[in-house]
Each structure stands twice: as C-alpha cells, then as structure tokens.
Design a protein around this ligand. Structure first.
Ligand code: AMP
Ligand code: MG
Length: 403
C-alpha cells in the first residue's frame, strides 16, 4: 500500500502527463482573485517612476548636510508635486514620503534628525548619499516581467497588476469538478432524513473544498448503491475535468464504485493509501477525466480531498501543485494509535505559548464531523509510532480553510 506522499506524487505525475493548456478568459481585476494567470504581465514604466523619498524630512546634498551643519530651507515638495529645477547649493527642501526628489539632491534626512528655526535647518547626524531615496527604475525596469504565467493571483499579485495598469487579466478557466456522492442512506440536505438515513453533508464540504482550492464545483447529487444509477451518474461526471465520488469504495457488498468504474474502462493508479482515516481512497482515469473515489465517512472524504485532489486541481488550473505545509509543534498531551498507517487525527494548535502546542481531540472516528469542526489541524502520527508522549515534536497539517 502506498504511503500518502507517494500516492500524492503519483497524482501529480499522472495529472501532469495529461495537462493541456486551459482555455483562458479575460477577467477584471476585482474578479480575478484565486485564478491562475494565463499570460505574462509586463511593467508599463520604470518602478519607481521617479526618485522617490521614503521618509518625511529634507532633500539635501549629502556632502552639505554634515552633523551640526545648517542649510536654508527654500520650499517644500509634497507627494504628487512635479520637480524640475535642481536644488540650489547651500539650500534644502522639505520633502514628504512618496514625493519626487529634486535633481541635485542625493539624500533625504528624516525630520526626526533635524532641528529647525524659521528657515534654518540644523542636521544632527552625518548624512550618507542615497539615504531614504528609492532610485527611479530600481524596483523594476520598463517592460520587465511583473507577473509570470502560471502564478496564482493573491492580493499582492493583484496589487502589482493594478500598479502596472493591467485592469484585465487573462486567467485560466477553473477546472470543473463533478461531485457525486453515493449511498442508499444519503438524502439531500434540504430533505428530512428518515430514521436510518443521513443528510448529504459530503456534497457541501466537497463543494466548499473545491471552491477554496480554486475549482468550480459541479454538483451531480447522489447515486444509489446500484450499478445502473452509478453508471448513469458517473457517465454525467465524466464530462468534467475531475470527478470526485464519495462513498462506495470500501470492502462492503454494496461498495460498487470501483467495479462500475472498471466496467467503464477506467485505468486505476491506486486503490488504497496507507493512511487512517482515508485508506480506501481511489485514483483513476476514465476517458479524459481524472477520477477520485474518496471514502464516504466525512472526515475521510475531507482529508483525502486535501491530500490528493488539491494537487490535481492545481495542475489543471495551470499552476504548480501547492506543497503540503506541515508545521512543527510539541505535543500537549500523549497520543496513541495503532501503528502501520499514518494517522491524521483532528487536533487543535495553540499558539498562546512560545512554542506552538498541539492537542489531539477525543473523537468517535471518521464519521465525527463535530470534532473536526472544533479542530483547526490534523496531527500527523507517523506509521511507525503508536504512542508519543507529551512534549515530543510532531508534524501538524493545518486545515487550510481555518488556519
Ligand atoms: P461508505 O464509504 O460508502 O462505506 O460510507 C462510509 C460512511 O460514510 C457511512 O456511515 C455513510 O453513511 C457515510 N457517508 C457516505 N456518504 C456520505 C455523505 N455524502 N454525507 C455524509 N455521510 C456519508
Ligand atoms: Mg456507502
């Protein structure tokens, strides 16, 4: 059975092999957050576009503004003012943050290090040429790459696009992810369940995870544990880039997903991973669609989505797969589990101490969504450890939606 990181690597490999360039769409900046850039954005001018003062103070010739020297202040320059005439020798100009430094001046002295009486400014410290000035073009040359193709657009990326005047961005279309739950006991969330039925919470968590990861969820509903219904609904799902199924991949008599997929010509890359919860997770390709069969217990569905579906989504979005970010923490309380599988236990990270501490939460197994909703991370218990004591260092996988 594959360890989780090898299974994940296989997802990356197989997805990369079939990644064609995505169709792109032009989006206004305000709508582009979370998309992947499908073009290169270049600077429209030099940055900064002028020698910019980075402090409030006085524009001077450094050689004249020696400690205890005095200069006559002959005016002021505010941000947005234009400057043309050079600074006269023996004088200085009051200058504000963001204002252009006049020709001839080669330093800005912070107002805190000066004294002033009427027009006379006294300098309290030695002055170095270049201080508190960002030179024109020193951040970026004109027509240089401001944003590369394949970048995911976060707030800083949108800000630089705004800075260089790229009001519309060509973005990759989000991968479409068909979501199909399975199970005779599963009823739509808005319906009242019978005494032995359960509401389809996976349809909700999966749609949320798809959206958070930068995909577009395509809900297909629920298939009964019958070959015909599964076939029809899987067929519908195979029209999308990715099909994520939940449930029906374990060893039970009515776990039919794998055999139905097989009958439809799927090629399987793995059908089990050495993790708990989530062991029966399946990854396959059927025609042109990547198919994930995730175990139906809600916490299993969530963790296997995070580990295995997200890298495929990233690649199909036109970006590199995001790393699984594991944090180091110390155990606040001893934990125990059976060895043999890597365990992902619902846990809470606490930063109120100097070293982050993590505590596994008591839970009733992988159906226990209540405990996961009180957790902000998974404590990763390695496959060779069955008991770790308080104070030991452990790895923690943050729940990326809440941490
Ligand atoms: P399965 O993987 O089909 O054996 O299902 C495992 C457990 O998860 C069973 O207790 C199911 O009732 C539950 N389950 C399956 N599908 C869903 C779903 N869509 N929403 C909530 N729970 C589910
Ligand atoms: Mg089932």
């Amino acid at each position: 059975m594959l360890p989780w990181n090898e299974a994940r690597q296989l997802v990356i490999e197989k997805t990369r092999a079939r990644t064609a360039p995505r169709p792109a769409l032009s989006l206004p900046l305000a709508e582009a957050l979370g998309y992947v850039l499908a073009e290169e954005i270049r600077t429209d001018r030099e940055y900064p576009p002028f020698d910019r003062a980075t402090r409030d103070g006085y524009a001077v010739r450094a050689a004249e503004a020696l400690a205890a020297a005095t200069l006559r202040c002959v005016g002021e320059i505010k941000a947005g003012d234009s400057v043309a005439s050079p600074l006269d020798p023996g004088t200085c100009l009051q200058i504000m943050t963001g204002a252009p430094v006049p020709p001839g001046a080669d330093a800005v002295v912070m107002i805190e290090f000066t004294g002033r009486e009427q027009d006379t400014v006294t300098f309290l410290r030695p002055t170095e040429a270049g201080q508190n000035i960002v030179r024109r073009g020193s951040e970026a040359e004109v027509n240089s790459v401001a944003l590369g193709r394949g970048l995911r657009l976060g707030y800083a990326e949108l800000a630089i696009a705004a800075q260089v005047g790229a009001n519309h961005l060509l973005c990759s279309r989000k991968p479409r992810v068909a979501l199909l739950s399975t199970g005779d006991e599963v009823v739509p969330v808005e319906e009242g369940p019978g005494p032995f039925q359960i509401r389809n919470s996976n349809s909700v968590s999966l749609a949320a995870q798809v959206e958070l990861a930068g995909g577009e969820a395509v809900p297909i509903g629920n298939a009964l544990d019958r070959i015909e219904d599964l076939c029809t609904k899987i067929e519908r799902g195979l029209r999308e880039d990715i099909l994520v199924l939940s449930g029906g991949v374990s060893m039970g008599k009515y776990d039919l997903v794998e055999s139905v997929l097989k009958g439809m010509g799927a090629e399987f890359y793995f059908d089990a991973v050495a993790i708990r919860p989530g062991k029966p997770a399946v990854f396959a390709r059927c025609r042109d669609t990547l198919v994930f069969g995730l175990p139906g217990n809600p916490v299993s569905t969530m963790i296997t989505f995070q580990l295995f579906v997200i890298p495929a989504l990233d690649l199909l979005s036109g970006s590199e797969p995001r790393a699984v970010v594991l944090l180091d923490a110390t155990l606040a309380e001893a934990v125990e589990d059976r060895p043999g599988l890597t365990c992902f236990l619902p846990a809470r990270l606490d930063w109120s101490r100097s070293i982050p501490e993590v505590r596994a939460l008591a839970w009733k197994g992988s159906g226990d969504i209540g405990t996961l909703s009180r957790a902000n991370c998974f404590l990763v218990l390695p496959d060779d450890a069955y008991a770790l004591s308080q104070g030991e260092r452990v790895s923690v996988l943050p729940r990326f939606d809440v941490l």
